[in-house]
Design a protein around this ligand. Sequence first.
Ligand code: BDR
Ligand code: CA
Length: 313
Amino acid sequence: RKKIIIDTDPGIDDAMAIFVALNSPEIEVIGLTTIYGNVYTTLATRNALHLLEVAERDDIPVAEGSHVTITKGTKLRIADFVHGSDGLGNQNFSPPKGKAIDQSAVAFLVEKVSQFPGEVTVVALGPLTNIALAIELDPEFPKKIGQIVLLGGSFFVNGNVNPAAEANIFGDPEAADIVFTCGADVLAVGLNVTHQVILTETDREKLAQSNGKFAQYLCKILGIYFSYHHEAYETRGVYLHDPAAFLAAVDPSLFTYTEGMVRVQTNGITRGMTILDNTKKRYGEITEWSDKPIVKVAVTVDAPAVVKMVMER
Ligand code: BDR
Ligand code: CA
């Protein structure tokens, strides 16, 4: 079974992805690492521990990640207006009993890819600071990691922070550029596909009627996520960003991909924009980025199949 580390900023769709992962027999979750994004890192850690306790899987280690961006200078953008001030729909859950392990997320990531070379997939569901720091700490990290599957970017469509940038990339553009150009097997799932993967009000009602503990829990926290989407996007449903990205790691055939080089804009009003150059692949053209490694970017998705798997799991 594929070994998976989920790097996460829980977060309502992160919570869904974690539950889907824990109900995926094809893979083994060997740890969660935490990062700021939907909430600050301290709260992300607390939420990760809480979610594992809800799932009765507190045997899985949680390692706390960076509290600051890789350049340390960027003001954090916290998406509490999407996920609630607690990151989990303002439900006032009692604090988790467990604690994070006595090792940083970066040390944990480096240790695990070194222990199991080629076997670990990192599914990154928040800003990419921890992964970039792991690459800086261990230059062999990109060779040792099996794959990095990330929720990030908005290839050829508008972002969700602003027209240029998607939230996870905007959270730490310098880190994202390091990850996209590190030479590892990188697979990016962006808004261009996740905006087609929608959990509808009808699906939510089905979850409410189910007596599964995961469905029941998710119904408690989903309210604010639905009202945000209704207001911001006028959709009658919510985007399944993080669960969709996780499922790309489990079953890549749910998506189709293009291949090319991706760079991240770090300056000006388009800071956080992901720019994909797939001209070489398509036309054999050589551009100034041709020296950069090739990554995979999802371009189409079997949305009904993804939603079905999320519902089942
Ligand atoms: C991403 O940003 C976060 O709000 C979500 O959890 C997801 O990872 C979507 O842009
Ligand atoms: Ca997330």
